[in-house]
Design a protein around this ligand. Structure first.
Ligand SMILES: [Zn+2]
Ligand SMILES: [Zn+2]
Length: 140
């Protein structure tokens, strides 16, 4: 099939316009296709450089996407939040009374919360009560 009849414009690696990259290059740039809803051009394979008049139908051709439409890869924010929450929980939960406080505990030096270390009842507003975290409890 002559190159002129190709559905998408084709470029050789040497004359590939700036702003067009393959999916793989996009991945390497930590980008996702974003608003690209399909390839806008074809990066011809090496073989085709020798036959510029023919369109590339070879398996090693690359599909080119527009960098300006690409978006930064979405980070798994929920997983990140959980990891952060676990880390926070570890630092604010007393291993003795298993209360989780609103602040970090001196676990490295004291090993427990102040009330455990000194033997008094913590006031209600210093630790997380089950009612304060309805998301962690199943509705009755
Ligand atoms: Zn080719
Ligand atoms: Zn405690």
């Amino acid at each position: 099939m002559p190159r002129e009849d190709a559905a998408l414009p084709e470029f050789d690696r040497a004359d590939c316009p700036k702003g067009l990259v393959t999916r793989r290059q996009l991945r390497e740039m930590q980008l996702s296709p974003g608003d690209n809803d399909g390839p806008v051009a074809i990066l011809r394979c090496k073989l085709c450089a020798l036959r510029p008049q023919w369109c590339c139908r070879h398996p090693t051709r690359g599909f080119l996407l527009r960098v300006d439409l690409a978006k930064p890869k979405r980070v798994p924010s929920l997983a990140q939040e959980w990891a952060l929450d676990r880390a926070m929980a570890a630092r604010s939960t007393c291993p003795q009374c298993e209360r989780r406080y609103w602040f970090c505990l001196p676990l490295r030096t004291q090993g427990s919360c102040d009330p455990c270390a000194r033997g008094y009842e913590p006031s209600l507003d210093t630790y997380v009560t089950p009612a304060a975290t309805p998301g962690h409890r199943l509705a009755a």
